[in-house]
Design a protein around this ligand. Structure first.
Ligand SMILES: *[C@@H]1O[C@H](CO)[C@@H](O)[C@H](O)[C@H]1NC(C)=O
Ligand SMILES: *[C@@H]1O[C@H](CO)[C@@H](O)[C@H](O)[C@H]1NC(C)=O
Length: 536
């Protein structure tokens, strides 16, 4: 655990004017702290068994975060922080859960950036082998600062469209960059400075500031409350009848308990009762969760089980509105245009995850699913069958496997695929930079002086844009979709397909076009119709 004393020295250029005052306040702060520490040591010594002492002296420090850094924050706005991780699809799912939690707890959600693919991994919840909330908060904070420092910062709200959630006032949001400006008392625009020393000072200070959101396990004060519960101990519920505090149906078995030397039991807890009004957490300006990842497992949910809330209309409509959050229009229009103008025919989407993690051992199963689908398509329709392929296997490695066979068999199949370096992809990335969706949302408390809303976006580089476009193309594949079992990307695409209207229109129009003859006229009619409907 990081030691948080002494508090960061006020040696940064942007607050040098306030130096004398800060030194004074540090002195007062330190005296109060020392006195309280002594008092607490006394209490601890008289109440805690000797065996626990070495541990508690560590956690004691945690009771005093350097909250003086956060003095630009007002107390009337409350924030919610969480630690996203893993690949994009997981991050999007956690983002939705965070929106839900922010709605229930009535806190302003701190909107994070998209993290690098698997830069942070949670571990396995069913195996009770996960990073603790505190560990993951520390890792995520460091990664967020790295993203800022290396100019790769892209808000998740640059990628997915949260405008309906925000404009319906279902929740309030603030961009992470705006939040750290307030919380750490820095001018984040200095990240764009040409002066390397200024930049370095900024990032040193931001890293230090991270300890104020990472330490503290399950302890609270008026500044920060860090949630200590995770998927090993807790399933969050909301207004779920008399279930509060009940044991969840999924528990570690005896063997696992013995092997991992754990005594965890998983309880169902009402999140509003535990962290909302009347709780200790309510008072804290920032409430910090660890991971908000959940998934169904053995008839239970791993971490969050909130799906219907009949007694709270506001939350019920929030749940409905986050069921599906689409990409921003800049991405949707590119994917749809590719389907209509480049593929120009009914097509199948094949998502083949072949390299990453567990997937490299399942080529046979993955290819078999595609082969079965293609066999049935070949018997039904005209040839060639058009296939949009999204795969992590480089084209140079296709020879000798099923993909290579398909590519060679040009009489029967026509393959389409996109690459990072496609103009379409790079142009979209540039468009997203220019749009800067993420910065449109959120508010800085009006009472705050001396902090200006961030204006600059410097040296942004978008990665992963390819994935977003590919998913969009697949969402409107009218001949169907074959995904890789167990891949969250496949799940995202299925969800998009469920909600995507274009595919339904395409299919209806194709039906019409077929019955009216499949001539060029029908096709042109279709293209025009799609353009009108989607304003491409
Ligand atoms: C949410 O909090 C705001 C203050 O930030 C308050 O004005 C509002 O009434 C609260 N809403 C609910 C539903 O509690
Ligand atoms: C892909 O091809 C490269 C070079 O041609 C080779 O080094 C690599 O091992 C191949 N990967 C797989 C998964 O076959």
């Amino acid at each position: 655990m990081k030691n948080i004393f002494p508090p960061p020295k006020p040696s940064k250029p942007w607050n040098s004017r306030r130096k004398p005052q800060l030194i004074r306040s540090h002195f007062i702060f330190l005296s109060i702290t020392l006195f309280t520490l002594l008092l607490l040591c006394f209490i601890v010594y008289s109440h805690i068994p000797k065996s626990l002492l070495s541990f508690s002296s560590k956690t004691l420090n945690s009771r005093f975060p350097p909250c003086q850094n956060a003095k630009v924050l007002t107390t009337d706005q409350k924030f919610l922080f969480y630690a996203p991780h893993s690949g994009f699809s997981n991050q999007l799912q956690e983002f939705k859960n965070a929106i839900l939690m922010a709605g229930i707890l009535n806190r302003t959600l701190i909107v994070p950036p998209v993290l690098d693919h698997h830069a942070i991994a949670l571990g396995s919840c069913p195996k009770f082998r996960v990073l603790s909330p505190n560990e993951i908060r520390i890792a995520v904070w460091d990664h967020l600062i790295d993203l800022l420092q290396s100019g790769r910062y892209v808000s998740i709200a640059d990628i997915v469209d949260i405008s309906s959630v925000v404009s319906a006032s279902l929740i309030q949001v603030i961009d992470f960059r705006d939040f750290v400006s307030l919380w750490c008392g820095v001018d984040i625009d200095l990240a764009c400075s040409n002066d390397l020393n200024t930049q370095r000072a900024l990032f040193d200070s931001l890293k230090q500031c991270g300890s104020t959101i990472s330490v503290l396990n399950g302890r609270g004060d008026e500044c920060l409350y860090a949630v200590d519960e995770d998927c090993r101990t807790t399933v969050w519920t909301y207004q779920n009848g008399d279930g509060d505090g009940k044991l969840d149906s999924f528990q570690p078995d005896e063997q696992l308990k013995k092997k991992k030397k754990i005594s965890f039991v998983r309880r169902r807890q009402d999140v509003y009762k535990a962290l909302g009004p009347g709780s200790k957490a309510e008072l804290a300006t920032v409430l910090a969760f660890g991971s908000l990842f959940t998934a169904p497992y053995r008839g239970s949910e791993l971490y969050i089980d909130i799906t219907v809330v009949p007694k709270d209309q506001r939350i019920q409509s929030l749940i409905k509105s986050i069921e599906f959050i689409s990409f921003v229009p800049e991405i949707l229009s590119v994917g749809k245009r590719y389907a209509v103008e480049t593929i120009k025919a009914p097509f199948l989407c094949a998502q083949l995850r072949l390299l990453d993690g567990q997937f490299k051992n399942h080529w046979k199963t993955t290819f078999l699913g595609l082969k079965q689908k293609l066999d049935s398509l070949r018997h039904m329709g005209s040839q060639p069958v058009h296939i949009f392929v999204m795969t992590d296997l480089p084209e140079g490695n296709w020879t000798g496997n099923y993909l290579g066979d398909l590519a060679k068999d040009t009489d029967y199949y026509k393959l389409y695929f996109l690459r990072e370096e496609n103009e379409l992809v790079t142009q979209t990335a540039q468009k997203l930079v220019n749009a800067g969706q993420g910065l449109r949302y959120g508010s800085i408390p009006r009472t705050v002086d001396g902090v200006t809303r961030r204006k600059k976006i410097c040296s942004q580089r978008f990665s992963d844009v390819l994935l977003y476009i590919e998913e969009t193309v697949c969402s409107c594949a009218s001949l169907g979709f074959v995904g890789t079992a167990g891949s969250t990307i496949a799940e995202s695409i299925e969800l998009m397909r469920k909600f995507d209207e274009t595919r339904k229109i395409l299919r209806a129009e194709e039906g019409l076009a077929n019955s009216a003859g499949n001539g060029p006229e029908a096709r042109i009619h279709l293209n025009i119709r799609i353009k009108i409907v989607h304003n491409l």
